[in-house]
Design a protein around this ligand. Structure first.
Ligand SMILES: [Zn+2]
Length: 336
């Protein structure tokens, strides 16, 4: 009896699945943000993902009413202009200095002009010694930019770059290069939002005020320490852009520990896809380490050695437009 009922039920189910060629497809094909090659299949059978999400609309920016004539492209010339501004017009930007405050104001205005909502978090830093120069106790600020409606508890990516320098250095490479690439990526992401939302951060007080982890990376450490658990879980990847403009035949992609391994491989795979050579490296000397230490996948882009490091000679001439272009295109391709 039960067997017969089961057989009937099964035959009805099978019939409804396999036959009925005239039945329309139940839903329009879901556009996967990660699978641009998937095309509409003629067979009305298998959905590529078990849980289709018809509400996702990755390609429609809400705040730009006019249609886009062409895809946004990374522009390394804009990046060079911003490096000039930070390193020459403003100059050295020790985390508690007046120049740092000017730089933070400038970055904030730039984000706002792109339509981002900007907030700051205060960072207290101790007195110490920064690469040979005594520095006083004081306060600095992280500058954080998000699109209107950004949900910090929903999956997102963090891209950051430290805005401060050691006291003597104009910091064209370290780290006006990273901040300026950050601003250009923010411009692209405003014009053409990636499927995974991005939080952009200009970090305070990355440079050391003494030896060891405890006297380094103050801005990112404080931001990570203040993250609610739900927000921490929502961060699928963190990228620190730190010293990204010195010419090399490759882009360094560094992890600090094992939590960066898969992300590093993913970024390098994108490099292979688009013909940008990368080199795996390992270091803990940038803000990615604050995120990795807390268990989030994070990598640092950059760290090519150069003669003007942490000196008065860290001027825009040490930065190479081709290298900025490689870094920017790599991260933009990875985001998309
Ligand atoms: Zn740096």
């Amino acid at each position: 009896m039960r067997g017969a009922v089961l057989a009937v039920v099964l035959s009805v189910m099978l019939g409804s699945c396999t036959a009925a060629p005239e039945a329309p497809a139940p839903t329009p094909p879901v556009v996967s943000p990660t699978g641009p090659t998937a095309s509409a299949t003629p067979t009305p059978t298998v959905s590529p993902s078990p849980t289709p999400t018809p509400t996702a609309s990755p390609s429609t920016p809400s705040s730009t009413p006019s249609p886009r004539p062409r895809p946004a492209r990374f522009d390394a010339r804009r990046v060079q202009r911003d490096i000039e501004h930070l390193a020459v017009a403003i100059g050295p930007r020790e985390a508690t200095s007046r120049n740092y405050a000017r730089a933070a104001d400038w970055v904030e205005r730039r984000f706002e002009a792109l339509g981002y909502e900007v907030r700051r978090t205060r960072v207290t830093v101790p007195a110490g010694n920064s690469w040979g120069t005594p520095v006083r106790r004081g306060t600095s600020v992280n500058v954080i930019a998000e699109r209107p409606g950004f949900d910090r508890r929903a999956r997102h990516v963090v891209i950051g770059a430290h805005l401060d320098t050691v006291p003597v250095a104009p910091g064209a490479e370290d780290n006006a290069s990273g901040v300026s690439v950050l601003l250009e990526l923010a411009r692209l992401a405003a014009a053409q939002p990636p499927s995974t939302p991005v939080q952009f951060v200009a970090f305070a007080a990355e440079e050391p005020r003494g030896p060891g982890d405890a006297l380094h990376h103050f801005g990112s450490r404080q931001l990570v320490a203040d993250l609610p658990q739900a927000e921490r879980r929502a961060i699928t990847a963190m990228v620190s852009l730190d010293r990204v403009g010195v010419r090399a035949g490759y882009v360094p992609v560094c992890r600090g520990g094992s939590d960066g391994t898969r992300l590093r491989a993913a970024v390098r795979a994108v490099g292979r896809d688009i013909g940008i050579p990368t080199r795996a490296c390992e270091n803990r000397t940038s803000d990615h380490w604050s995120y990795e230490k807390a268990g989030m996948p994070a990598v640092r882009i950059g760290s090519v050695p150069y003669a003007g490091y942490h000196s008065r000679r860290d001027l825009p001439s040490v930065v190479n437009r081709g290298q900025l272009d490689r870094v920017g295109r790599l991260i933009w391709a990875w985001l998309n």
